[in-house]
Design a protein around this ligand. Structure first.
Ligand SMILES: *[C@@H]1O[C@H](CO)[C@@H](O)[C@H](O)[C@H]1NC(C)=O
Ligand SMILES: *[C@@H]1O[C@H](CO)[C@@H](O)[C@H](O)[C@H]1NC(C)=O
Length: 155
């Protein structure tokens, strides 16, 4: 696999936090809990409130484009973690984990309307559940990227 670079361009961090009004929030609850049987074959849940076929959770990116971007607070008031996924997770027999070194973890950022002149490099990893015995299917995640941005008050 070649080296791929997909820097994230973040016009203004906090504008990235998009709230999709279609998902019910806890404020609209409480909701009646529902238990559904686990599908042993496909290893998918059968969620009736958010089924796998819901357009809001369909994978819309191609190849190693970033997806599942999230922004979370770090330990300092002017620091945040940017996290995202590249590549597909796999479940089943004879799966091969992706190489986390095959895609860079780079965020380019700046104030909205000006150049994205700041850049930070982070790290990446994959999460595996590989069972050395029969009976359970193996799982390996897409590549999980984490980049910490600091000094945001001085932009
Ligand atoms: C699913 O797995 C459980 C635990 O091994 C088993 O008890 C159950 O019969 C299985 N169901 C089907 C539909 O295979
Ligand atoms: C799951 O992964 C483990 C560790 O690589 C391997 O020994 C095992 O054979 C795999 N299981 C299946 C069903 O492919």
């Amino acid at each position: 696999m070649g080296v791929l670079a997909f820097p994230l361009f973040l016009p203004l961090l906090w504008r990235l936090i998009v709230v999709n009004a279609s998902f019910p929030t806890t404020l609209e609850g409480p909701f009646k809990p529902v238990t559904v049987p686990f599908d042993n074959q496909s290893y998918h849940g059968n969620a009736i409130d958010l089924p796998d076929t819901d357009p809001q959770i369909q994978r819309t990116v191609q190849g190693f484009e970033p997806e599942q971007v999230s922004v979370s607070l770090s330990s300092d008031y002017d620091s945040v973690w940017i996290s995202w996924i590249t590549g597909d997770s796999q479940i089943g027999d004879d799966i091969t984990p992706l190489d986390p070194e095959s895609v860079y973890s780079v965020v380019q950022y700046g104030i909205e309307g000006s150049q994205m002149s700041n850049e930070e490099v982070g790290y990446s990893l994959v999460y595996n559940q590989l069972y050395p015995f029969e009976g359970l299917q193996n799982y390996t995640s897409g590549i999980i990227h984490h980049v910490r941005l600091t000094g945001l008050c001085n932009l």
